[in-house]
Design a protein around this ligand. Structure first.
Ligand code: PAF
Length: 283
């Protein structure tokens, strides 16, 4: 696996693949890789003969009080994992390559509405940072396909909408969440959990499962949301939200909507946990 940090070198390498008619898949990451990321690489390899992974801890998507400085940087191990998975190229740019101008002069991409609800309400500016960096990575790599985890369901919809609205010729592939045996969704931030917190963390998944069962049994969104929040509090998590939304646009569901997603976020120690479950409601 080749490691490239420089944009000119990246473009030169990608040009040879494109000239050979090879399709390119991109797996954007912030590193500190786990099995969920490796699943994304596996999916990418199934769709395209060339796979590029990127590792870039994107300062623009972190709020001032968030964990940008503390975010684990584990590039040596990440490189081994990506190589073992058959990744062709790792693009790991410096901040100055991605953001050559000071933050206040940086062009930004904002996907309205989708970016300001749920996690976007608690993390103002987060999805502007995500949309901006993903758009930049798409322009740098110019992949045919890009792969993202469904664990970050709101992020996936923001990226799909940004790609569609800006007419970017990239197919977006969402990959189901990879979980621990006890249901906890894999996340780079799970490493922040102390052993005792780790034992309580699956409460989020359990609360979403309970909410999904409630919806299927005919309960309304308000009722299952309320029950889920109570279950999280009982388990010692600090809930941010649990919300039932339409899966295609995250709008509040009407009585006739059947394709739903229950999204949840909660704080546990130093870790912000997020998760979601898709539900097909039978009317
Ligand atoms: O999901 C992530 O790891 C990041 O938000 C992404 C998509 C790589 C953008 O920085």
């Amino acid at each position: 696996m080749e490691l490239i940090e420089d944009l000119t070198l990246l473009r030169r390498r990608l040009r040879t693949w494109r000239q050979a008619g090879e399709r390119i898949a991109l797996v954007p990451t912030m590193g500190n890789l786990h099995r969920g990321h490796l699943r994304l690489v596996q999916e990418a390899r199934a769709y395209a003969p060339r796979t590029v992974a990127s590792i870039f801890v994107n300062p623009m998507q972190f709020g001032p009080q968030e964990d940008f400085a503390a975010y684990p940087r584990t590039q040596a191990r990440d490189r081994e994992l990506l190589e073992a998975e058959g990744t062709d190229l790792l693009f790991a740019p410096e901040v100055a390559t991605v953001y050559p101008r000071p933050p206040e002069e940086q062009t930004r991409i904002e996907v309205p509405r989708l970016s300001t609800m749920l996690c976007g309400a608690s993390r103002p500016g987060h999805f502007v940072g995500v949309a901006t960096v993903v758009c930049k990575l798409f322009n740098m790599v110019q992949p045919d396909l890009a792969v993202f985890g469904e664990k970050d369901f709101q992020q996936l919809l923001v990226i799909r909408r940004m790609t569609e609205d800006l007419c970017l010729p990239v197919t977006i592939l969402g990959v189901p969440t990879v979980r621990e045996p006890d249901g906890l969704a894999l996340s780079s931030r799970n490493g922040y959990l102390l052993p005792e917190e780790r034992a309580r963390a699956p409460a989020l998944y359990r609360a979403l499962r309970q909410a999904a069962d409630g919806l299927k049994a005919g309960l309304g969104p308000d009722e299952v949301q309320h029950q889920a929040i109570q279950a999280l509090e009982k388990a010692g998590l600090v809930p941010d939200y649990v919300s039932v939304r339409r899966a295609d646009d995250l709008a509040e569901p009407g009585p006739a909507d059947t394709d739903l997603v229950i999204l949840g976020a909660a704080q546990l120690g130093k870790a912000r946990l997020i998760d979601n479950l898709r539900v097909t409601r039978v009317l």
